[in-house]
Design a protein around this ligand. Structure first.
Ligand SMILES: NC(=O)c1ccc[n+]([C@@H]2O[C@H](COP(=O)([O-])OP(=O)(O)OC[C@H]3O[C@@H](n4cnc5c(N)ncnc54)[C@H](OP(=O)(O)O)[C@@H]3O)[C@@H](O)[C@H]2O)c1
Length: 351
């Protein structure tokens, strides 16, 4: 049997990095990984830099990617304006797919990542549990654009597509805008250093809402499963850790883990107040022998302001993937958080 050949797109991202590492570990894939800049981690995957917003992606590829059988698309570029956001991210996907389908004549599947925004999670309240079949919102959304493009472009060709919809992704990487584990870990350590309790910084209502998250390991396993599953052809699957929780249940456990006192929630803007801790963090990196990442490389505080102020329940139903044969969503979000914090510590990113 010929070995499957994966191209992970967005290899520096929280999704792409952890997926690359997982696929390499399985020994079942020859793994190629691309990002715009050089990779900030070691890997046995073959690295090829690609600037996907440029028109000459095919030229940049040369013949290196001719053997690719599966694309795992997890590139992402952030824009403030939602229409620009849609246009820019749609273009990344289009440029990649139009180029790779010409080069890789044995292309079988393009897998890509959507997320809670497919249900309007970024708009505030949405119906829960969220099902893959729920209707779209009228607002611009690059997930819809990317999906429509893949539906159209794959028609009559040998390759099919699959979409995986995680909720908030929990794992280790640096320099990305949406990284909740880094944010909680850095916040806890800053509180501890100042001798101040670690307060949930969102609203009381958000502290009690039912939410869910997706660990990078289960997400990588889901993508690997979907790449091989006949039932995943041209389908969308929600993927989370499989459990739901309230921040009020996990927050005290985070405090225990970091050895910092927890007090009642008090709402304040992380984005407004936490960047001022830049100097303190720099001192802590020296004091505790950490990698010298600047605070704003590790954490985008505005993401925390959003997540910790979601005042209605926000979670996905994951039974479609289970019915189709994916049985790894066993439900241990606290365990996923603690494992991620341990990894951050082992990599000397936090004390
Ligand atoms: N993070 C979450 O909690 C979460 C939750 C649900 C869904 N999602 C979805 O998952 C997908 C991946 O998100 P992520 O958080 O993993 O993203 P991310 O951490 O911001 O990573 C983005 C990746 O895309 C690459 N990239 C950006 N612009 C590029 C360009 N012009 N050309 C080539 N590569 C480019 C970056 O490359 P460089 O770093 O090399 O520049 C990086 O490798 C997105 O669709 C996102 O909406 C994320």
């Amino acid at each position: 049997m010929t070995r499957k050949s994966a191209l992970v797109v967005g290899g520096n991202g929280i999704v792409g990095k952890n997926l690359t590492q997982y696929l390499c570990e399985t020994n079942e894939w020859e793994v190629f990984v691309t990002s715009r800049s050089g990779l900030h981690y070691e890997t046995s995957a073959h690295f090829i830099p690609l600037a996907l917003s440029a028109a000459n992606v095919e030229e940049q590829m040369g013949d290196t990617l001719n053997g690719i059988t599966h694309v795992f698309f997890a590139a992402y570029t952030e824009r403030q304006d939602p229409y620009e956001q849609s246009e820019a991210n749609g273009r990344l996907m289009k440029n990649l797919v139009l180029a790779i389908q010409k080069k890789a004549t044995n292309l079988q599947r393009v897998l890509f990542i959507q997320g809670g925004k497919a249900y309007g999670a970024h708009l505030g309240y949405y119906k829960t549990p969220a099902y893959e079949s729920d209707p779209r919102t009228i607002t611009p959304n690059f997930y819809y654009d990317q999906e429509d493009f893949l539906r159209e472009e794959s028609r009559g060709r040998k390759w099919s597509w699959t979409s995986i919809r995680p909720d908030i992704v929990i794992g280790v990487t640096i320099g990305n805008p949406m990284n909740l584990a880094n944010l909680i870990a850095v916040y806890a350590n800053l509180c501890k250093e100042e001798g101040i309790p670690m307060r949930f910084p969102g609203s009381q209502q958000a502290y009690q809402a039912l939410v869910n998250v997706t660990g990078v390991k289960v997400l990588a396993k889901a993508m690997d499963w979907a790449a091989n599953a006949g039932q995943a052809v041209d389908e969308i699957f929600n993927v989370t850790n499989g459990d739901v929780f309230r921040w009020s249940q996990l927050w005290p456990r985070f405090g225990e883990y970091f050895g910092v006192e927890v007090a009642e929630p008090q709402r304040f803007s992380l984005q407004e107040y936490m960047p001022g801790k830049k100097q303190l963090w720099a001192q802590m990196t020296v004091k505790y022998g950490l990698k010298p990442y600047e605070l704003d490389r590790l954490v985008q505080w505005g993401f925390g302001d959003f997540i910790f102020n979601v005042e209605s329940d926000a979670f996905q139903d994951v039974n479609k993937a289970r019915r189709a044969g994916f049985h790894e969503m066993n439900g241990d979000s606290l365990g996923v958080f603690l494992e991620t914090f341990r990894q951050l510590k082992a990599e000397k990113i936090i004390p």
